[in-house]
Design a protein around this ligand. Structure first.
Ligand code: IPM
Ligand code: MG
Length: 347
């Protein structure tokens, strides 16, 4: 089984190093790794954020473990050369349309949540975010208006097939959990959202056991901090899912804790922490590697069909936290490597 390691920029390489240590310590038969440059690092070395070599490796691999991309040195580049194009390109090229972002509170971290512990302790949800469409991939550009003003535009759209396939993932995810699905949209204003809502309702006919509700995205943002325990599975579009998943991460303690899986229709997947490259703390040993380590666990569970190893990693993370391992984002002083040490010690 070939794992593509794509560390990327900023803290990406640091957190991937720790995830690799954990995977190595499991001594899984037949697991091999190959690494490639992506993001700003790849642009600086090759002139492109997603070089052909990295894309080919990702296609060949059985699963991909991704760090983060984003580099302020590249902010002035044309958009198609910016680091973010690496992750957007991989999601599109590999048809990784279903992004699963579980948010669960480790009981030890109740004090690190931005919410009161009794509210935070109720959180146990999965955000299912669509990844291949929406305003992210619509026509976009800069133009001049008739009266000579610069105007930027990005077109938002979803066709019904795109909505149906992610709605199915939402319903299936709910079936495997608490059988409650909340579809998040902005149907009071956007036509894209009206279609979204109509198609989700149609798809519900195949999943009568699931309780479906709909929520406008602004209300959802409020409910996530007011009463996050009400959510089991949320299904939403690319942009709303991007925003709500960052918010959910602070509800469970830190953005340094949330893993994610981006899957195609055959369970091939790319696994990455939901956080970015955090250039402000890169290279200082301050990054929390747990989101990436937990992403490696998701990889073992979803793409490599090795759930027992995934369980071991997740249990080791819980044990490390219980033993007091805390990086700065969690209010502690452990370095990135010490967080990795703590997980290894608990394996
Ligand atoms: C994420 C990130 C990406 C996104 C960026 C890096 C393009 O914020 O995975 O949530 O917006 O999807
Ligand atoms: Mg994001």
């Amino acid at each position: 089984m070939l794992i593509a390691l794509l560390p990327g920029d900023g803290i990406g390489p640091e957190v991937i190093t720790q995830a690799r240590r954990v995977l190595d310590a499991l001594h899984i038969d037949g697991l091999v790794f190959e690494e490639a440059l992506v993001g700003g690092a790849a642009y600086k070395a090759t002139g492109h954020p997603l070089p052909a070599e990295a894309l080919a490796l990702a296609k060949r691999a059985d699963a991909i473990l991704f760090g983060a991309v984003g580099d302020p040195d590249c902010d002035a580049l044309e958009r198609h050369l910016r680091p973010e194009q690496a992750i957007l390109g991989l999601r599109k090229e590999l048809s990784l349309f279903a992004n699963l972002r579980p948010a669960t509170l480790f009981p030890e971290l109740a004090d690190a949540s931005a919410l009161r512990p009794e509210v935070a302790s109720q959180i146990d949800m999965v955000i299912v975010r669509e990844l291949n469409g929406d305003v992210y991939f619509g026509e976009k550009g800069m133009r001049m208006t008739a009266n000579g003003k610069r105007e930027g535009y990005d077109i938002m759209s979803y066709d019904e097939d795109e909505v149906r396939r992610i709605a199915r993932v939402g319903f299936e995810t709910a079936m495997a959990r608490g059988k409650k699905l909340c579809s998040v949209d902005k149907a009071n204003v956007l036509e894209t959202s009206q279609l979204w809502r109509d198609v989700v309702i149609e798809t519900h006919a195949d999943y009568p056991e699931v309780t479906l509700m709909h929520m406008y995205v602004d209300n959802c943002a409020m409910q996530l901090v007011r009463n996050p325990g009400q959510f089991d599975v949320i299904v939403t579009g690319n942009l709303f899912g991007d925003i709500l998943s960052d918010q959910a991460s602070m509800c469970v303690g830190s953005i340094g804790m949330l893993p994610s899986a981006s899957l195609d229709s055959d369970q091939k997947g790319l696994y990455e922490p939901i956080h970015g490259s955090a250039p402000d703390i890169a290279g200082q040993g301050k990054a929390n590697p747990l989101a990436t380590i937990l992403s490696a666990a998701m990889m073992l569970r979803y793409s490599l069909n090795l759930p027992e190893y995934a369980d071991r990693i997740e249990a080791a993370v819980a044990k490390a936290l219980a033993a007091g391992a805390r990086s700065p984002d969690l209010g502690g002083t452990c370095t990135t490597a010490e967080m990795g040490d703590a997980v290894l010690a608990a394996l």
